[in-house]
Design a protein around this ligand. Structure first.
Ligand code: FAD
Length: 325
């Protein structure tokens, strides 16, 4: 690792002020499970001059119900989210995604804010210095996306624009299905964005001086089912090849509302609105689940090596609709 200055932030405001002062040349550190490997691999175009330690901010790891809303502090650990009784009971899909991340050691250190803001896993972007990297690419501001003509088996099949790396965060998929809001703090105040608007093809919506402060999740109405399915190459410790999070309301065996979100298929969590519309207002049967799954992937444009992801995604969407129906 190279040298950097290190600051313990004691409040959100102090962290934001320090990040502002360094004008993009500082990084916020939460659990460090992603940031430290990024620093060790020397992956960033500009090595940070300062690291702002967020773990010294007391009390930002809460998980609490506030009327009809669940509030989760950005420093809440994934293991606490997976084990939270209220999340298991009322926000099950989020608990399932948190539990699907990495290993117990990772979940005991990783925070939800860090999970949302983690850097891409694209193997061109991540090519480390000790074996000949870094490799320049569009995401690093220099050159084309190497996946387009290269080995793109794990890259985007929908919505790729310029950069075809996929959003690696499992929790972002569940939070999109739950219609959550990400609360962002900065020296100028706070703003909130939906998870699907938090990401863009080259990263996320955070501006200099901003950090994720809180996640706000509205309670789902009674009778709503929730489920996360994740397809990986290895069962333990692996990122999704494709995942799906669904929140589906059923009354008298008929779907009265649905949010179906695909993960690891696009640079952002991909809301399968055509599938949601196809099943809403209709009784869930196998042929309807197949129809919804077909519609979910209607805009897929796979690259040369990742057409197999389309079939997996269809199968997962069909399965999740059948399970919740
Ligand atoms: C072996 C392994 C397996 C993994 N498997 C999975 C998996 O299956 N699914 C999955 O989703 N992830 C997986 N991950 C990634 C892991 O979930 C992330 O590393 C972790 O969630 C990041 O959280 P952190 O608190 O450690 O973040 P850090 O490493 O501290 O930070 C990561 C990035 O987010 C920024 N950041 C952190 N918190 C905030 C905040 N509050 N506001 C603004 N920016 C912030 C940091 O500046 C940094 O850029 C895996 C990681 C490893 C090492």
């Amino acid at each position: 690792m190279r040298k950097f200055r290190h600051f313990d932030a004691h409040t959100i405001d102090e962290a934001c002020q320090l990040l502002s002062k360094y004008q993009g040349r500082a990084k916020f550190n939460a659990g460090g499970t992603d940031l430290l490997s990024v620093l060790k691999g020397d992956l960033l175009p500009d090595y940070p001059e300062a690291i702002i330690n967020g773990k010294t901010i007391q009390g930002l790891d809460y998980i609490r119900e506030d009327g009809d809303v669940l509030r989760i502090g950005a420093l809440a650990r994934l293991s606490d989210i997976a084990g939270s009784p209220v999340i298991k009971e009322r926000y099950k899909v989020l608990g399932e995604t948190a539990l699907s991340v990495g290993s117990p050691q990772i979940r005991n250190a990783a925070t939800i804010g860090g999970n949302l803001c983690q850097d891409t896993r694209c193997w061109y972007y991540r090519y480390p210095r000790h074996i000949g990297g870094p490799i320049q690419c569009l995401r690093k501001g220099n050159g084309p996306c190497l996946a387009v003509k290269g080995d793109n088996r794990y890259h985007a099949i929908i919505g790729g624009k310029k950069c075809f790396s996929v959003c690696p965060s499992d929790t972002a998929v569940a939070l999109t299905a739950l219609d959550a809001k990400i609360i962002i703090a900065s020296p100028k105040g706070e703003r909130s964005v939906a998870p699907e608007d938090f990401y863009n093809p080259l990263g996320n919506a955070l501006k200099v001086g901003e950090i994720v402060k809180e996640i706000e999740i509205p309670a789902s109405p009674p009778g709503t089912g929730q489920r996360y399915l994740k397809f990986t190459l290895r069962r333990p410790i692996d990122f999704a090849i494709v995942s799906v999070a669904a929140v589906v309301a059923i009354k008298d065996k008929t779907c009265t509302g649905a949010r179906i979100v695909l993960g690891a298929v696009a640079p952002v969590p991909y809301r399968a609105k055509a599938a949601e519309e196809a099943i809403t207002g209709r009784p869930i049967k196998e042929n309807l689940a197949s129809e919804g799954a077909g519609k979910a992937l209607k805009d897929a444009k796979p690259l040369s090596m990742n057409g197999y992801k389309v079939n997996i995604a269809r199968a997962l969407v069909k399965r999740v609709i059948m399970e919740l129906g």
